[in-house]
Structure formats: structure tokens, C-alpha cells
Write a protein that binds this ligand. Structure first.
Ligand code: PHE
Length: 315
């Protein structure tokens, strides 16, 4: 019997033999039932045999269970030495990379990053920005109007208003996000992105604006110096308003951003004391900056989700 138990190799067979031995009609059960007819020595012997057999079953069961567990683990084992396919590695989208470059530069100048809702109300997108309903500047932007009178945000300038309403002055922030206008060609997409800086304090001048923009562009394009040109322009929310161009590869001027001193009406709309505070704002196309830096020509590619394009341009 003992040899038989040791030679069993499956839990099922062991269970069957156990039942045949200790079950209701088992061989050992029969012997134990007959115990009363035995003399003392024979009883003692039978008892020892009973205990020893049970232990043997138990230890063989443990052995078989361990063996089964090891076999299962071996079958599931991962092979960490296999190479992953390089094609499956992700890349950063050029816009993500650009935002990370832009925000680390602006944050190092002390600007704090803000976001805001993409569906804006009339107040934040236009009225508070000194663009009342009858103002012709509302026609400059082909706006997506919603049925309830809200708009798809046409400019991140709306985030300026929200930040000034919440924090007041002094404030040094930049707003980032998606913006929407009804236009579409290789350099315009109905959804695009803007980044906009705002700095309001007691002694802020146009020179501070130019200094920050110059330093920002130098760092962003990794150039020793940048040649800038400032042209007068018009935005309802800045006075005076300017357009800043940058000399590109030594031969042509590129329009880089709109900027200006924040119009006192805008500050007043945000309950900021205009006798005490003034400041500047500047805004540019986040997509456009990415296209310039990475030599991309079609803005629509940013939103196609074409993995092959992303792998070529990604980081
Ligand atoms: N919001 C302006 C635009 O969309 C850009 C701008 C921002 C101009 C801040 C001046 C100051 O064109």
C-alpha cells in the first residue's frame, strides 16, 4: 500500500485510492470496524497502521499539489528578454512638444498657466474684451455661434478675462487652448490653438512687452538673437495695438504675434483700478509656432491622427 501511494502521480488517482481505503466501504474502514474483535496488540498495530497511512496520503497530496503549482507557474512565465518592436513606441505630438517648450519658457519668466472653457459666453469672448455687439471687430472673426447665444471661443483672450475676474491685479499669466473660427486651408483650420500672455502691474510698459517677447522667441527658436519689427495694428482690447514680426532665416519677415497695452475698458470690466494698474497682452498661434519650428507646412495634418505622419514628425 505504501509503495502504491508513493507511485501515484495525479491528485485524482490519489483521491480514488483514499476513498477505496478510508471511504464508507474502504478497506481500512472495514478493518477498523472489526477492531473490537482483535486483541490488544493487534489493535495497537492497526491504530499505528491507520495513522501512518493517513499521513502518507496527506504528504503525497502536498507533493502533488506543489508539483501542479510549479507546472502552472512555469507555463505562465513571461520571457522578459524578448525585444519590444520599436514601431510600437509612442511619440509626442508636435503640439504637445511645443506647449511643453513654450510653457517652460513662460513659467521661467513668472507667467502662470491657465485654461478656460472652449464654449464661451458672449461676455468673456467679446463684450468684456471691449468688443460690444455693434463693434465692427466682431465681423473680423468668423465665429461659430451656438443656438443659445454662446460661441465656440474664437480667441484665448477670453481666458485673460476669466483670470483677471478671479485674481484681479497684479497678475502674470498665460492662457492656452483650442480656438475656433470658420476658416479652412493649408494654414487655417476651423479648430486651432492659441497661447496668450498677460502681465498687469503698477509699472508695466511696452518695453517690458518687447523684452519678454524677444527673450521668449530667442529661447523658443534656440537662436542667439532675434530681429524684431513692430507694426501698428488694431485689436479692440489693446491700445495701442501692435503686430510683432520676426526676421526669418535672414531674408523675410514673419508675422509672429498680436500684442499691445491692455485697453483700460478691459481692466475696468474686470474691476481693476486703472489709475493704479496697467499692462500688456500678447497672443499667437500655437500651431503656427510649431509649424515654424519644425518646418511643417499643413496645419490640417496636426488633426488627422495619421500615425505615419506623427511618427515622422513626433519626438
Ligand atoms: N486675440 C488676438 C487674435 O486672436 C491676439 C492678441 C492677443 C492680440 C492679445 C493682442 C493681445 O488675433
Amino acid at each position: 500500500m505504501q509503495e502504491q501511494i508513493k507511485s501515484i502521480n495525479t491528485l485524482e488517482e490519489l483521491q480514488a485510492l483514499y476513498t477505496a481505503t478510508f471511504g464508507k466501504n474502504g478497506t481500512m474502514t472495514a478493518k477498523l470496524k472489526n477492531m473490537k474483535n482483535l486483541d490488544n496488540d493487534a489493535r495497537a498495530k492497526l491504530n499505528r497502521e491507520n495513522v501512518a497511512l493517513r499521513e502518507l496520503f496527506k504528504s503525497r497530496q502536498t507533493e502533488l499539489e506543489n508539483a501542479a503549482m510549479h507546472a502552472a507557474l512555469a507555463a505562465q512565465r513571461l520571457d522578459p528578454s524578448l525585444d519590444i518592436l520599436p514601431e510600437n513606441r509612442g511619440t509626442l505630438h508636435p503640439l504637445t512638444q511645443t506647449l511643453s517648450d513654450v510653457s517652460s519658457i513662460l513659467e521661467s519668466f513668472g507667467y502662470e498657466m491657465w485654461t478656460g472653457p472652449e464654449v464661451e459666453d458672449d461676455w468673456h469672448n467679446f463684450t468684456a474684451l471691449n468688443t460690444p455687439e455693434y463693434h465692427p471687430a466682431r465681423d473680423m472673426q468668423d465665429t461659430f455661434f451656438l443656438e443659445n447665444g454662446n460661441v465656440m471661443r474664437t480667441q484665448t483672450s477670453a481666458i485673460q478675462i476669466r483670470s483677471m475676474e478671479k485674481i484681479g491685479a497684479p497678475i502674470k499669466m498665460f492662457g492656452i487652448g483650442a480656438t475656433y473660427r470658420k476658416e479652412m486651408d493649408a494654414t487655417h483650420s476651423p479648430m486651432f490653438h492659441q497661447i496668450e500672455g498677460l502681465y498687469i502691474d503698477t509699472d508695466i510698459t511696452m518695453s517690458d512687452l518687447i523684452a519678454d517677447v524677444r527673450e521668449f522667441l530667442k529661447r523658443f527658436f534656440e537662436m542667439d538673437d532675434v530681429e524684431l519689427r513692430v507694426r501698428p495694428s488694431y485689436f479692440p482690447f489693446t491700445e495701442p495695438s501692435i503686430e510683432i514680426d520676426m526676421k526669418w532665416h535672414g531674408d523675410r519677415w514673419l508675422e509672429i504675434m498680436g500684442a499691445g497695452m491692455v485697453h483700460p475698458n478691459v481692466l475696468r470690466n474686470c474691476n481693476i483700478d486703472t489709475d493704479k494698474y496697467q499692462g500688456f497682452a500678447f497672443g499667437f498661434g500655437w500651431d503656427r509656432l510649431a509649424m515654424l519650428k519644425y518646418g511643417l507646412s499643413d496645419i490640417r495634418k496636426f488633426y488627422d491622427g495619421d500615425v505615419r505622419w506623427l511618427q515622422k514628425t513626433g519626438f
